[in-house]
Design a binder for this molecule. Structure first.
Ligand SMILES: Cc1ncc(COP(=O)(O)O)c(C=O)c1O
Length: 390
């Protein structure tokens, strides 16, 4: 099925699904596919989760939308839950990851102006991905995402990911820096996992220079890496954290959380969204978050992630095509020595959905509810395919 009515942003797409259940997607012919991408780190609870479906149906039949002209109790409750889970003080709700990051970027600029810095600058990283709006594509460290959309937005400088000395050098040369925006693990950039103390060192630099540490947890958040937020592996607190994706399990919602001075910056009129934080979005996300916590799925993500990593390392031991296998919780990457564009279609033929990012990194983002048997099938199917890549 292909329609000429759609703008050509995604190219030709080979597959169409009509139904999902847990870690499985089904096409119209009834063929089932083991989904190791989860809608790009979105459906952590799997497809058609009964509790999420029930909340959606019940809230849709009660009240979908009122706008932010009025109090929204579901928004207040979800905000309190997320603040408790994150250690942040306040939240703003939008509808996507890019919007959450736009909110963070606006906070950084307000923070700079408060400090009488006329042209505030945010440090961003190479190979990062922060979204497709003009400010977030400027923050993104990938020329392909930016090309053709110049003039880009001012006020960003870039450092290599994982390189704290580069950030120190920027600090020594640029008095306009007000914040760092960084992913705890780079997703789109190739499942890049920095040294364990990277965030601690960035936190210390931010404290030293009175910068905001702003973490993009759009992909890493909501249990994906084995903690509710990935920074909780380090025991630090950021000033700002953004999330989306897994928060709604497929219902669009994004959140920008902030602590301390950053939480007090916005005043009425500074920021807003017609849809952001609707009763339907917040009730649904509340069920997602409650389910993640109550069913201990975040611990499950940590344990299953470790098992998948060990099993892939064993299954691909000595395989010439493989350059590295890495992962944090259920964010896993198998880096090949050369590009493998054909792998996605070959896997789909065998009923397995994976993605390839940064050219040669097979990226796996399984649901947190994936069973041991499904995980074993993922390892055996994918390892055989990788070994066949001559
Ligand atoms: C780290 C990160 N930030 C931001 C985004 C953008 O989120 P959205 O597509 O919901 O705007 C993504 C999406 O892949 C992401 O991985």
């Amino acid at each position: 099925m292909m329609s000429n009515a759609l703008m050509n942003t995604y190219g030709t797409r080979a597959l169409t699904f009509v139904r999902g259940e847990g870690s499985w997607l089904f096409d119209a012919a009834g063929k089932r596919y083991l989904d190791a991408i989860s809608g790009i780190a979105v459906c952590g609870l799997g497809h058609a989760h009964p509790a999420v479906a029930a909340t959606l149906a019940q809230q849709a039949a009660t009240l979908v939308h009122t706008s932010n002209l009025y109090n929204i109790p579901q928004q207040e409750k979800l905000g309190e839950t997320l603040c408790r889970l994150s250690g942040m003080d306040k939240v703003f709700f939008g509808n996507s990851g890019a919007e959450a990051n736009e909110c963070a970027i606006k906070l950084a600029r307000l923070y700079g102006h408060r400090r009488e810095i006329e042209n505030p600058v945010i440090i961003v990283m190479e190979s990062s991905f922060h979204g497709r709006t003009l400010a977030t594509l400027t923050a993104t460290g990938n020329r392909k995402v930016q090309a053709g959309f110049e003039p880009l937005v001012q006020g960003f400088v870039r450092a290599p990911y994982g390189d704290v000395d580069a950030v120190r050098t920027i600090a020594a040369n640029n008095a306009n820096v007000v914040a760092i925006l960084v992913e705890p693990v780079q997703g789109e950039g190739g499942v890049n996992i920095p040294a364990g103390n990277y965030l601690d060192e960035l936190r210390a630099l931010c404290d030293q220079h009175q910068w905001l540490l702003m973490l993009d947890e759009v992909q890493t958040g909501n249990g994906r890496t084995g903690k509710y937020f990935a920074y909780q592996h380090n025991g630090i607190l950021p000033d700002v954290v953004t999330t989306a994706k897994g928060l709604g399990n497929g219902f669009p919602i994004g959140a920008c959380l902030a602590k301390g001075a950053a939480a007090e910056l916005f005043q009425p009129g500074n920021h807003g969204s017609t849809y952001g934080g609707s009763p339907l979005a917040c009730a649904t996300a509340q069920t997602v978050v409650d389910t993640l916590v109550q069913e201990k799925l975040i611990d499950r993500a940590a344990a299953l992630g470790e098992k998948l990593l060990a099993d892939f390392r064993a299954a691909l031991d000595g395989c010439e095509q493989v350059a590295a296998i890495r992962g944090k919780g259920l964010m896993l990457g198998i880096e090949l020595k050369k590009d493998c564009p054909e792998l996605v279609a070959k896997a789909a033929d065998q009923g397995l959905l994976v993605s390839v990012t940064a050219g040669k990194v097979i990226r796996l983002l399984p649901a947190l509810v994936m069973t041991d048997d499904e995980a074993a099938l993922l390892v055996s199917t994918l390892s055989a395919l990788v070994r066949e890549l001559a």
